[in-house]
Write a protein that binds this ligand. Structure first.
Ligand code: PMP
Length: 385
């Protein structure tokens, strides 16, 4: 029987713990493989071997060749590189970009900047479950459309988008397709070929790897203008001496994630369904946000009436449970709640959102503990005590 830990971690969509084997791998690299991978001597060759092997591991996991993988500092950089890089490379062809209303700020902000520079951006809405209709994407295509950027799964409410169908439509029209897979890579099965994407962003710290490392898949033939300039590392697409320990940690996390993918999906989905069913039955005025089935295995996003997500996070933290809450629809233009209001939920209601994101190391016992402490917290906050 599992015992309860001192603190329960239910915020895997924000970041995951780092696996001990990943720490070990990184530590070995830091201690032994300090060479610059661009140098021809033995330490350089050893470091370069780790770099190449890591590209191979990531490539294998998403069904592409190692040369199509470019390491970055994470999904924020991958999204920026993909969006700015493709917009710049294809700007002579046209100035229209398609995206959705629920993207992560690391995609929205670069797109806003492109708008200020003269690009036109169409934001495709989502339905009440957070799904983007591929036909809406088709209707948004113009002769001057050069790129689309649509996330694989939403980080707040967990809906998984029909990327393969959208990609198929865009492929027919020769439009470059980027998808932000920060929440999906190594959490659900990913195949860059089957997804019909040209560019795919991933992030190490969303699948038990280190923070500050990620990658961008670039399909052969897809043009990208570098956004950093320096030495010729990574074919000049993303120069800078490669962070070998982080790269090795990313590859290790990927290897372990791939090995356990199916078992983890099953385990986490069972935990999720248990939590959702019990929470919906034991708390008043609560509803699930996002698609009931097409959702990330670990995502339980709820909206609770007459309550603040921020207050729920604080109270649960006092009860030694980490979850994530939506901030108010305040003055700032980008806030977590904007993806939730895209579902047709009012600003007032969206304030009461709480995201519980589970990982494979969570247990039924932890969920039972959460289900015991959460209803009284809700009652307390509602009664203003
Ligand atoms: N995209 C999505 C969907 C995310 O959830 C995140 C992380 N919250 C990012 C991009 C940014 O990733 P990183 O922290 O690796 O920059």
């Amino acid at each position: 029987m599992d015992s309860l830990p001192d603190y329960i971690y239910f915020d895997h969509a924000a970041t995951t713990p780092v696996l001990p084997d990943v720490v070990q791998e990184m530590s070995t690299c830091l201690n032994k493989f300090y060479g610059n991978p661009s140098e021809p001597h033995l330490p350089g060759r050893e470091a370069n071997k780790i770099l190449q092997n890591s590209k191979q591991t990531i490539g294998k996991a998403m069904n592409c060749s190692p040369e199509q993988i470019i390491f970055t500092s994470g999904a924020t950089e991958s999204n920026n590189l993909a969006i700015f890089g493709a917009a710049e490379a294809y700007q002579k062809k046209g100035n229209h970009i398609i995206t959705s209303s629920i993207e992560h700020p690391s995609a929205i902000m670069p797109l806003r900047r492109l708008q200020r520079k003269g690009f036109e951006v169409t934001y495709i809405p989502v339905d009440a479950n957070g799904i983007i209709d591929p036909e809406e994407v088709r209707r948004a295509i113009r002769p001057e459309t050069v790129m689309a950027s649509i996330m694989h799964a939403n980080n707040i409410f967990g809906t998984i988008e029909p990327i393969a169908q959208i990609g198929n439509i865009l492929k027919e029209r020769g439009i470059v397709f980027h998808s932000d897979a920060a929440q999906t890579f190594c959490n659900i099965d990913i195949d860059a070929e089957k997804l019909n994407v040209d560019l795919l962003s991933i992030s190490g710290h969303k699948f038990y790897g280190p923070k500050g490392i990620g990658a961008l898949y670039i399909r052969k033939g897809t043009r990208i203008m570098p956004q950093l300039f320096g030495g010729g590392q990574q074919r000049g697409v993303r120069p800078g001496t490669e962070n070998i320990p982080a790269v090795a940690g990313l590859a290790k996390a990927c290897q372990i994630g791939q090995r356990n993918l199916v078992a983890n999906i099953i385990k986490v989905t069972v935990l999720r369904e248990y939590l959702i069913e019990k929470a919906l039955n034991s708390i008043e005025d609560i509803r699930l946000c996002g698609h009931p089935v097409k959702r990330l295995p670990g995502n339980c996003c709820f909206i609770l009436k007459n309550i603040s997500g921020k207050a729920m996070v604080a109270e649960l933290d006092k009860a030694s449970i980490a979850v994530s809450g939506s901030s108010a629809c305040a003055a700032s233009s980008i806030k977590p709640a904007s993806a939730i209001t895209s579902l047709g939920i009012s600003c007032d209601e969206a304030v009461g959102s709480v995201r519980i994101s589970l990982g494979f190391e969570n247990t039924l016992k932890e969920i039972d503990y959460f289900l015991k402490v959460f209803p009284p917290i809700v009652n307390k906050l509602r009664s203003g005590l």
